[in-house]
Design a protein around this ligand. Sequence first.
Ligand code: ADE
Length: 342
Amino acid sequence: MNMDEKLHFADLSDRLLDWYAVSARDLPWRIGPADRARGVKPDPYRVWLAEIMLQQTTVPHATRYYLAFTQRWPKIEDLAAAQDEDVMAAWAGLGYYARARNLLKCAREVAALGAWPDTVEGLRKLPGIGPYTAGAVAALAFGRRAAAVDGNVDRVFARLMALKGEWKLEKERLKREVESLVPADRPAEFAEALMDLGATICTPKSPNCLLCPLRSLCAAQAEGAQERYPIKPKKVPKPTRLGHVYVLFGRDRSVMTERRPDKGLLGGMLGLPTSDWVSDLPETDFPAAGAWEEIGEVRHVFTHFALTLKVWRAETAEPLTPGAVAADGLPSVFAKALKLAR
Ligand code: ADE
């Protein structure tokens, strides 16, 4: 970065923090500016839990889960002592189930340690904690001078700096820039303010530049081209996989389910029986004899592929284990199939 840019961003943090003092979102996991000023201390467990849930998940969707988890497991020791199946079922619908498995591992490690590591480096060694989460927890829970740079912060700084080069390199550059701007005395609020700016003003589409406290610092705004940024390489289309999913109803509206293997996609989650998921639709392999009827399709997009499953339905007079399951105890793809079958 050259000297011009340094001067250019000289009062960015102050402007951002002034804006945050009056515009902060009220979020259940957050110590708001007024409480922070009064010396209210965050619970690292809650900070961490929220950060893990908010990866790849919107605030409204994650909020319901955050409230349910903290009510059921108010302290890290409670979560550490929970049954795996209970946590996986409570996570169902949030997706990215490796996160839930790592969540439990991490809770158990920290409970065994007896305390959280309170530095970026220490946090990074815990299961499921990458550079973003380590920075966020270090800043939000421990007041460390660390930055929490996620896709939203990438977008804000890609615009502020009008980054036009190769995205991978520009991302590293903007991360260094953000780190250099974190104020030593208020790293938590700096991180939260950037999150709020990205979520409410510097949005992916139609950013609200008229209300932006950083407007006069923004190179993209000066170009009149804020929506052009960030300039990223084109996404390769996801491959499609096909398969069958089987909904077998037993007596008392019970449904045949099976626990998926711990490793792999949806690992450790309760699921409906399915065929393999492959590029050409496979033969059916019904999990039980019966009058199977094809009732439609469900689609679901995973990280690396899009899945279409043909949904088959049958009934039996037998009782089925483990008995009735609620659709909200299943990952979304199975919940969709079950809803269709019901
Ligand atoms: N996105 C990621 N972490 C967040 C947080 N703590 N508050 C709001 N949005 C977020």
